[in-house]
Design a protein around this ligand. Structure first.
Ligand SMILES: Nc1nc2c(c(=O)[nH]1)N[C@H]1C(S)=C(S)[C@@H](COP(=O)(O)O)O[C@H]1N2
Ligand SMILES: [Mo]
Length: 252
C-alpha cells in the first residue's frame, strides 16, 4: 500500500480541486486542516484561503532568501509613520531604558522584558529583503531575538494558534500563525546593518517576519498576546490590515 504523507495529500488535493471544481472544495480542505486565514469571510475570502493554504502546505519550512553583505541597500527607504506621540517621546528621552515588551495571553508565565533583557538573549541576524505592498523594497541586515526564544520563555500553551503583536502606535497591530511565529527568521529586531535599529525603521523594537510583506513587520512593538482565536481582536479579521483592505496573510 502506498502511504501518502499528510502534507502530500493536502498539496495534491488542493492543486487538483483548485483547477477542477474551484475554490469551494479547496476551501473545505483548507478548513479541515486548520488552514483558513481569519479574513476569509469577505468577497476575496476563497482566494485568500487558497493562497494561504497552498503556501502553508508547500513552504512550511522554507527560509526567506538571504543576501550577501555586498547586497545590502546603500539607501534603505524608511516608510513614513504617523507622529509617535508623547509616550514614545518620553521613552526616547530616557534612551528607551523603560521600553518594555509584555507577553501575555495563553502563556504559563506572563512576562515583560526590557530591551537590555532582549539583547541578552541569543541573537540572530539575517540579510533579507523587506517589501512594501506599494512596490518598493530594500535589503538590510536585521538583528534581534528570535520570537521563538521569547515564546519559549513565556511558555506557550498547546492550544495557541496565533501571536498577536501590538505597536505603541495603537492602530498598528498584526498577527501571525505559529508556523511564522516559530520560524527561525522571525525576529524581534533591535538592530539593523550592524547598529541600533533607527527610529524611522521601527526602533527600538520591530517585528521582522521575513516571509511576509512589509506591513506585517510592525514597528515599535510593545506587546505580544498569544491566542487560539483572533475573533476577539479588533473587528475579528486577525489584524488591522484586513480592516483596511489588505490581506491578513501577506506571504511572499
Ligand atoms: N508601527 C508601524 N509599523 C509599520 C508601519 C507603520 O506605519 N507603523 N508601516 C508598515 C508598512 S506599510 C511597511 S511597508 C513597513 C515599512 O518598513 P520600513 O519603514 O523599514 O521601510 O513597515 C510597516 N510597519
Ligand atoms: Mo507597506
Amino acid at each position: 500500500m502506498i502511504k501518502l504523507s499528510r502534507r502530500k495529500l493536502i498539496a495534491t488535493g488542493l492543486a487538483a480541486t483548485a483547477g477542477a471544481t474551484g475554490f469551494v472544495v479547496a476551501s473545505k480542505l483548507a478548513e479541515r486542516y486548520g488552514l483558513v486565514p481569519p479574513d476569509s469571510g469577505g468577497i476575496y475570502g476563497p482566494g485568500e484561503t487558497l493562497t494561504y493554504a497552498a503556501q502553508r502546505v508547500l513552504t512550511r519550512h522554507s527560509l526567506a532568501r538571504e543576501f550577501s553583505p555586498s547586497q545590502v541597500s546603500k539607501t534603505p527607504f524608511a516608510n513614513e509613520v504617523d507622529p509617535l506621540g508623547e509616550e514614545f517621546q518620553r521613552l526616547q528621552h530616557g534612551a528607551f531604558a523603560d521600553w518594555r515588551l509584555a507577553v501575555d495571553g495563553l502563556v504559563t508565565r506572563p512576562a515583560s522584558f526590557s530591551l537590555a533583557e532582549l539583547k541578552s538573549f541569543p541573537r540572530r541576524s539575517h540579510i533579507t529583503m523587506i517589501q512594501c505592498e506599494e512596490g518598493w523594497s530594500y535589503i538590510a541586515e536585521w538583528t534581534g531575538a528570535p520570537l521563538s526564544h521569547i515564546l519559549g520563555l513565556a511558555g506557550v500553551l498547546p492550544k495557541v494558534r496565533y501571536v498577536v503583536y501590538h505597536s505603541i502606535q495603537t492602530d498598528w497591530w498584526e498577527s501571525i500563525d505559529m508556523a511564522d511565529a516559530l520560524h527561525p527568521q522571525t525576529l524581534l529586531a533591535y538592530g539593523m546593518n550592524g547598529g541600533e535599529l533607527p527610529i524611522g525603521f521601527g526602533g527600538p523594537l520591530r517585528m521582522r517576519v521575513a516571509r511576509q510583506l512589509g506591513y506585517k513587520n510592525v514597528k515599535y512593538i510593545t506587546r505580544l498576546t498569544l491566542t487560539d482565536n483572533l475573533k476577539q481582536f479588533g473587528k475579528g479579521l486577525g489584524s488591522a490590515s484586513p480592516e483596511g483592505g489588505y490581506a491578513w496573510y501577506a506571504g511572499i
